[in-house]
Design a protein around this ligand. Structure first.
Ligand code: LLP
Length: 436
């Protein structure tokens, strides 16, 4: 550090410069973690733990980064919030305010998008097995595009629709980026879409839909996977789409996928570079006239959110490991269990303290695998501390569940030191509310 000071290089502040915490996070005058201007320890005294805490400015900044990346390149198109990443009404509202469109993957997500006030033409619907009700709901609402996923769906939509509907065809372009197998979607062996090659049927699906008087084919879609750090696979996917395109192709939807930093070592590409790669790829293959749709989920919301827990027990097994147990776990963050995902952990009461103890952060569920962070280096965690895991803003609230009768946490938005609860904590009565 002394060397850095002498050389005039700025000293890195591990909290303010963190890649995983929300933009604007800092250590406040009480020495505690502040997110969106709110003291996290005070927040949880009021709202309890676990709690999902978001910095609203961070969500807005990332939405603007996407829009600006489009504007800078003069793109005619739409940035769609892939709402599966954070399906809270307040998030839909916020992104509608920021001028984004939205991607929904079910009737439920469509319902929330409409309730949040999205203009129907800015809603686009996915799903590999949309029901009759979902197709009808989308048609009646007057959504922008239905993204067709299978031959059965083509039949179903034709049978159900009274009026013609604009559709895109989802193509699996035969590209496999390096990410967890469960979240790669662009390979031929996939439940999604139509394969680009002869075996996959995309060319047949295009022919079939072009002949339909109910389905108006306007473009192609590809989403090759999620939490991707490379950019080259997108170019390959776009080239594969180009092989299928004809004069009818006025819209190209290039999906989501941009990876985020879950740990301080992660170095994902910048939003601008990611958008730049996709836009350049589409223009090279399809020309400048085509409309471009992009569907970021994780990269809009992951780093805007943290989860705050209370430490309940510290169990040292001499010579083996020290477990600290928090009051949540796989019910509020399924990602470590599902994908072996890694997270950081810090103590909100003293985030600047030197981390000197290696511990394993366990949840409170009845499974040994319910571990949130293995071998985390932390500042001597003790019972009663508020423990924070950063980067839980995407697919956390979204995949939360009631395992072990646990009530799902509230969602709190913080901005300029003002906190508003946008989703309340579930109650025990909620757990029995559906009983008949
Ligand atoms: N578009 C489509 C058609 C998608 O299926 C997805 C995500 C996205 C866009 C948004 O992708 P993103 O920008 O978030 O990478 N539960 C997993 C992630 C599943 C992603 C599913 N599809 C996780 O927690 O990592």
């Amino acid at each position: 550090m002394a060397e850095q000071v002498h050389s005039g290089a700025p000293v890195r502040d591990p909290i303010a410069d963190s890649l995983v915490l929300p933009i604007g996070s800092r250590v406040n005058e009480h020495g505690r973690l502040e997110v969106g201007g709110c003291d996290v320890v005070e927040l949880v005294e009021e709202h309890g733990t676990p709690a999902y805490i978001y910095a609203e400015d961070d969500l807005r900044a990332r939405a603007r980064a996407y829009r600006e990346a489009f504007e800078r390149r003069g793109v005619d198109g739409e940035v769609l919030f892939a709402s599966k990443a954070f399906p809270a009404t307040a998030a839909y509202k916020l992104f509608a305010e920021e001028g984004l469109s939205v991607d929904v993957a079910s009737g439920g997500e469509l319902h929330i998008a409409l309730a949040a006030g999205f203009e129907p033409s800015r809603i686009h619907m996915h799903g590999n097995n949309k029901s009759d009700e979902e197709i009808l709901m989308a048609a009646r609402a007057g959504i922008g595009h239905l993204i067709l996923d299978s031959f059965d769906e083509i039949e179903r939509a034709e049978r159900l629709l009274d009026e013609p509907m604009k559709v895109l065809i989802r193509v699996t372009p035969g590209v496999k980026p390096s990410t967890h197998d469960f979240i790669t979607t662009g390979q031929l062996d996939s439940k999604f879409g139509f394969g680009a090659g002869d075996a996959g049927g995309a060319a047949r699906a295009i022919e079939r839909v072009l002949a339909s008087d109910k389905l108006e084919l306007v473009g192609l879609h590809a989403h090759i996977g999620s939490q991707i750090f490379e950019l080259e696979p997108y170019r390959l996917a776009i080239s594969a789409l180009g092989e299928l395109a004809g004069g009818w192709c006025r819209v190209v939807d290039v999906g989501g996928g941009l990876g985020v930093a879950y740990t301080e070592e992660d170095r994902p590409p910048a939003i601008d570079d990611y958008v730049g790669t996709k836009v350049a790829g589409v223009r090279e293959v399809f020309g400048d006239e085509v409309r471009i749709l992009i569907e970021p989920g994780r990269s809009l919301v992951a780093n805007a959110g943290v989860t705050a827990y209370r430490v309940g027990t510290v169990k040292e097994i001499p010579g083996v490991r020290t477990y600290i147990a928090v009051d949540g776990g796989m019910s509020d963050n399924l990602r470590p269990m599902l994908y072996g995902s890694r997270y950081e952990a810090l103590i909100a009461d003293r985030p600047a303290a030197e981390p000197d103890t290696t511990v394993t952060v366990a949840g409170m569920h009845c499974e040994s695998g319910d571990v949130l962070v293995r071998d985390a280096l932390m500042a001597n965690p003790a019972v009663g501390d508020v423990l924070v895991t950063p980067a839980t803003g995407a697919y956390g609230h979204a995949m939360a569940n009631n395992y072990n009768g646990v009530t799902r946490p509230p969602v709190i938005f913080c901005r300029d030191g003002v906190a508003r609860q946008v989703v309340r904590r579930e109650t025990f009565d909620d757990l029995t509310a559906r009983d008949v």
